[in-house]
Design a protein. Structure first.
Length: 87
C-alpha cells in the first residue's frame, strides 16, 4: 500500500497535549490519526458523539434576535451592570 502525506493545522498547545497523550500510550500522532481515519471509514461515521454548543441552537438564536428587536423597538430597557464590592 502506497503512503501519502496530509497537512493539518491545529492549536500549538493542543498539538503538544495530543503528542504527550500519544507518547504516554505508546503510539505516534501519525498512528493515532491513521487509527481515527480507519475507524471513520469502517463505521462510516465519526466514532464519537459531536454536539453543538446550545448557545448557537436555532431556538436560542431566535430568542436573541427577538430580544435585540425588542431593544431596538424600545420595548426593553437595557440596564447598566451594578458593580458589587467584595466584602
Amino acid at each position: 500500500m502506497s503512503q501519502t502525506n496530509i497537512n493539518i493545522r491545529m492549536d500549538e498547545e493542543l498539538k503538544k497535549q495530543f503528542d504527550k497523550f500519544c507518547s504516554d500510550v505508546g503510539i505516534t500522532m501519525t498512528s493515532a490519526i491513521c487509527i481515527f481515519a480507519k475507524k471513520v471509514v469502517k463505521e462510516q461515521k465519526i466514532p464519537f458523539e459531536i454536539t453543538a454548543d446550545p448557545f448557537y441552537s436555532t431556538a436560542n438564536i431566535k430568542r436573541l434576535e427577538k430580544a435585540k428587536k425588542d431593544v431596538e423597538d424600545g420595548k426593553i430597557t437595557i440596564h447598566d451592570l451594578i458593580e458589587v464590592e467584595d466584602e
